[in-house]
Design a protein around this ligand. Structure first.
Ligand code: PFF
Length: 456
């Protein structure tokens, strides 16, 4: 047995550093920008309930599986899959799972960076008081005009990509860890302040009801797939981000305990964001299903009306950018680690190549909001298609195979070694979930979405 391996890329300085970094990866645009708008598009309460069920039944067990695989392999996801499948005496083709993850990471970061760029732009727009006293229509017009200028979106996308690659180039401890330590707690506090503000609007009850009162008639087959896809997206699961963070995790930290903290924090942030946004949507007669612009219209509107709004607005968008930043670095880390391990590149060189490729792909997303907005495949723009393909198909499939690998391919003794901290009952429950319940749940949602169940 060759455990313990060590990672050539370094290790987090403590269990707590792992929790912060993984929370940094999980908490991002997915929670504050995406969750509210997809909840709005899919009718609210029932969607939220399915999403929460997916976090518990599918997300948490797979999270544990992904961390344990990473910590045992201690390399980039591709090489970890090679090492662990050999250790188990199984086919080396499992490395394809690592590859699928790297590709998903590229694709996601390419559009993630564009949206994070909107956040960056809004830091400055709030800072100069552009939204002070603005009406709902004015805020909407400002947003529409912004989207209509590709060179602006491109400039902000470029800046965000450079920011991301600079942190990744600095490596595990000095780069990734420092960025998350102070910013995450700040974000939590500011979200609580925003919810406090929303509570004082007349429509808080309506917003609350929209989010938490399930109306299953509003739930389509597709909504269920989107809710499950989002559970993967928001926890950064199914593409190796959590695997590589697990590979930097100290030997003595408990995987299960840290997972509960991370999943709890992530869910908390998403629900708080929903509670901050929907009361404002209803108070201002905005459309809950407005799509990707939802946050960029409702929140500036709120900041424009509150005392000290320019300050709080700027701070809020700064924090959104940081949340996106700490997620972005985890999207590209698997690819960079692989280039360093296998191609023998310096970290910096690897970052330049990976960053440029991602940037280029992002240009498609930039254009899909303006020049290419009418170019559609399956009724979706380039951005919508990329988002749908990655979040709702690639991540759940990746997660499914990660689950299968942990409980059907790896030797149980090895798994048990990584999960030594959980008691027997906890371990049995996890194994049962990952062996049967999780894969079946993922498959049912898939089959349901492609209509096999109704027609077949
Ligand atoms: N979890 C991040 C968010 O919610 O914004 C997005 C993300 C990061 C997805 C890393 C996937 C990933 F591997």
């Amino acid at each position: 047995m060759n455990r313990p391996r060590t990672s050539i890329h370094g290790e987090w300085s403590s269990r707590w550093a792992f929790v912060l970094a993984a929370t940094g990866s999980a908490v991002g645009l997915g929670n504050i920008w995406k969750f509210p708008y997809i909840a709005g598009e899919n009718g609210g309460g029932a969607f939220v309930l399915v999403y929460l069920a997916c976090i518990v039944i599918v997300g948490v067990p797979i999270f544990i599986a992904e961390v344990l695989i990473g910590r045992r392999g201690r390399q980039s996801p591709i090489n970890t899959m090679v090492t662990l499948s050999q250790e188990a005496g199984k086919s080396k083709h499992w490395r394809l799972l690592g590859w699928a993850g790297v590709i998903a990471g590229f694709l996601i970061l390419s559009y993630y960076s564009v949206i994070a760029g909107w956040g960056l732009a809004y830091v400055f727009r709030s800072g100069i008081g552009l939204f002070s006293g603005a009406s709902a229509e004015e805020v909407q017009t400002i947003f529409n005009e912004f989207l209509a200028t590709p060179e602006r979106l491109l400039a902000w996308h470029t800046i965000f990509m450079v920011m991301t690659m600079v942190v990744v180039a600095r490596g595990v401890r000095s780069g990734l860890e420092k960025a998350v330590r102070y910013l995450m707690p700040c974000l939590f506090v500011l979200l609580v302040v925003l919810v406090g503000y929303a509570m004082n609007t007349a429509a808080f009850g309506q917003g609350f009801e929209f989010l938490f009162k399930p109306d299953f008639s509003k739930l389509s087959q597709d909504s269920v797939l989107i809710a499950m896809g989002h559970a993967f997206f928001t926890l950064s699961l199914g593409m190796g981000a959590i695997m590589i963070y697990g590979s930097y995790m100290p030997e003595r930290a408990s995987i299960a305990k840290t997972t509960f903290i991370i999943a709890g924090a992530d869910t908390f942030v998403a629900l708080m964001a929903g509670l901050a946004i929907f009361p404002l949507v209803f108070a201002n007669n905005l459309e809950p299903g407005a799509g990707p612009g939802l946050m960029f219209v409702t929140l500036p509107l709120a900041f424009g009306q509150m005392p000290g709004g320019a300050f709080f607005g700027t701070l809020f968008f700064v924090l959104i950018v940081f949340a996106a930043w700490t997620s972005a670095i985890s999207l590209i880390e698997p690819a960079v680690a692989w280039l360093v391990e296998t191609r023998g590149m310096r970290r910096l060189t690897a970052c330049v190549w990976a960053g440029m490729a991602t940037w280029l792909l992002g240009v498609g997303t930039v254009l899909s909001f303006n020049l290419w907005s009418e170019v559609k495949l399956f009724g979706k723009t380039y951005f919508d298609l990329l988002d749908y393909l990655t979040a709702n198909i690639m991540l759940p499939l990746g997660g499914l195979f990660i689950a299968v690998f942990a409980v059907w391919i790896m030797k149980e003794a090895h798994v048990r070694e990584e999960l030594a901290m959980i008691n027997k009952t906890g371990y049995r429950a996890w194994r049962l979930l990952v062996r049967y319940v999780t894969p079946v749940a993922v498959l049912i949602v898939f089959l349901n979405a492609i209509g096999v169940l109704q027609h077949g």
